[in-house]
Design a binder for this molecule. Structure first.
Ligand code: SF4
Length: 189
């Protein structure tokens, strides 16, 4: 009796293209992404990075996932977020600022004019005046969470979400599962 023919090798899994961006945030969520440490090496088998501060690619190509840190506080943020929404099948609001505006949204309680005067004019040294360089992106009246500007598919809370939470979320998506985080991985501070 002849030996059975070997099974064909499984087709290599397509790596997900992932774009990341920081809008009105502090890069802490990106630092948490990097906190995956040696697990980043394993993640390279599952994802490939597209536009991101980590690759310095400025504009996204068609991609599977956009991980977006920070809320929306100016016209440039709106432009970057809409570009990511058009490019990505799935948009994830990464961290408190993206989910609900976070710390930058504290300015919403004072009004934009009031805040600008306080920061730039009402100072012991008289201040340098409110910047009006046309190169500066126009500020929005309020800081918005992402879902007030584009459709968001997933919300990952925390300031920042832990590296464990980001790793579980991405590996679930990359392996075709709906992301599910245990309560211990979820926090809102
Ligand atoms: S959620 Fe926290 S860590 Fe992330 S960008 Fe906002 S302030 Fe920074």
């Amino acid at each position: 009796m002849s030996a059975p023919a070997p099974l064909p090798a499984p087709a290599p899994r397509r790596r997900l293209r992932v774009a990341t961006a920081s809008l009105a945030g502090c890069f802490g969520c990106h630092m948490s992404f990097l906190d995956m440490d040696e697990r980043l090496v394993g993640l390279i088998d599952l994802i490939v990075l597209d536009r991101s501060p980590l690759t310095d690619i400025k504009h996204p190509g068609p991609c599977d996932i956009a991980l977006v840190e920070g809320g929306v506080c100016n016209a440039e943020n709106v432009h970057v977020l809409r570009e990511l929404r058009r490019a990505a099948k799935v948009v994830i609001a990464l961290g408190a600022c993206a989910v609900n505006g976070g710390l930058p949204a504290m300015r919403n309680h004072r009004g934009l004019e009031d805040i600008l005067r306080k920061v730039y004019e009402e100072r012991p040294d008289g201040g340098a005046g409110i910047p009006d360089d046309p190169e500066l992106p126009l500020l929005t009246d309020k800081v918005h969470p992402l879902h007030e500007v584009v459709r968001v598919d997933y919300f990952l809370p925390g300031c920042p979400p832990s590296a464990d939470a980001i790793h579980k979320f991405l590996t679930d998506l990359a392996e075709g599962r709906t992301p599910r985080l245990a309560d211990a991985l979820l926090h809102f501070d």
